[in-house]
Design a protein around this ligand. Structure first.
Ligand SMILES: Nc1nc2c(ncn2[C@@H]2O[C@H](COP(=O)(O)OP(=O)(O)O)[C@@H](O)[C@H]2O)c(=O)[nH]1
Ligand SMILES: [Mg+2]
Length: 297
């Protein structure tokens, strides 16, 4: 079965302009940029604006939620970024795994900047950094973990926006306690479906039927064993995403009176199974995969 593409969510042009303004404003204040990606969808959770705006500023990519991703794929993605000249590390912010490595990486990336400062006679200046990423990628969780282990919040050094503060992390590193929110690329409908599955898009704004069909099509193509272990589908039931949905509905007892399958219920069962890791640990974005775009009128 070939992978079908279903329209998922509409593209909102205003969001890209908002992200651009936010990065442009903050860029001047920071020495190193920390870009948080979802390890399950490192391409779909990225916003291309970041690359253009960050320019040659030191930049570290974090593959967060690596506890939910396929470990082999995470290694491939780290290699992929390395080949592109970008340091990438995998972390699990929820459990604080990888935070020390993150601080060390940022400090080492900042070393040339510190050396330049020293040449100019500037001593004891802290390196400033901020976290950027799309909603729900784990920005607040990471900031809280990093800030929680920091001795003090540098309350007397406010950021530009009211209420923002710099938090001391590590020896000579400061982190802006408010992250930069980026908007994902909704114009790529396959990426949009993956963002929806992983919880980056509010459950009210996308078409669940399209998303679940893409999930089934993806599993059938890339992870058939996971799919069949969970739902025990026969060859015939796997003819199309529609026959799969119907069979899963019958097997899981998602029926309305008269023995008709309650499709809305089936979709929710599958989404819940996926989100509770009952379908395994999947990285949807492949390093070699071509981006897919649907032209919007
Ligand atoms: N499993 C797992 N969950 C995470 C991780 N980091 C964040 N989360 C969860 O992802 C959700 C969104 O995190 P949050 O920090 O609020 O994201 P933000 O919108 O980027 O600030 C929360 O339920 C977190 O507990 C991680 O590394 N692993
Ligand atoms: Mg947050």
């Amino acid at each position: 079965m070939s992978q079908e593409i279903f329209p998922v969510v509409q593209w909102f042009p205003g969001h890209m302009a908002k992200a651009t303004r936010m990065i442009t404003e903050h860029k001047k204040k920071v020495d190193v940029v920390i870009e948080l990606l979802d390890a399950r969808i490192p391409r779909s959770s990225a916003n291309p604006v970041i690359r253009e705006l960050v320019g040659d500023k030191p930049h570290v990519v974090i593959l967060n939620k690596c506890d939910l991703a396929n470990p082999k794929a995470t290694k491939e993605w780290i290699e992929f970024f390395k080949n592109d000249g970008i340091h990438a590390i995998a972390i699990d912010s929820k459990n604080g795994k990888g935070n020390k490595q993150l601080v060390k990486t940022v400090e080492s990336l900042a070393q040339p900047i510190i050396d330049r400062w020293l040449k100019k006679g500037i001593k004891g200046r802290t390196v400033r950094t901020m976290i950027l990423g799309i909603p729900n990628v784990g920005k607040s969780t990471l900031i809280n973990k990093l800030a929680g282990s920091a001795a003090t919040r540098t309350a007397n050094k406010p950021g530009h926006t009211r209420g923002q503060q710099w938090v001391k992390v590590g020896k000579n590193l400061e982190l802006l306690d408010t992250p930069g929110v980026l908007w994902p690329k909704f114009e790529d409908q396959r990426a949009a479906a993956r963002l929806a599955m992983t919880g980056a898009i509010s459950d009210d704004v996308y078409d669940l039927d399209s998303v679940i069909k893409q999930l089934l099509a993806y599993l059938e193509e890339h992870e058939p064993t996971l799919l069949h272990e969970r739902y025990k589908l026969t060859e015939e039931e796997r003819t199309s995403v529609d026959t799969m949905l119907e069979a899963i509905g019958r097997r899981r007892g998602c029926l309305v009176s008269g023995g008709v399958v309650d499709y809305d219920k089936v979709r929710r069962v599958i989404l819940t199974d996926y989100r509770n890791n009952k379908l395994g640990y999947i990285t949807f974005d492949g390093v070699d995969e071509e981006p897919y775009y649907v032209d919007e009128e």
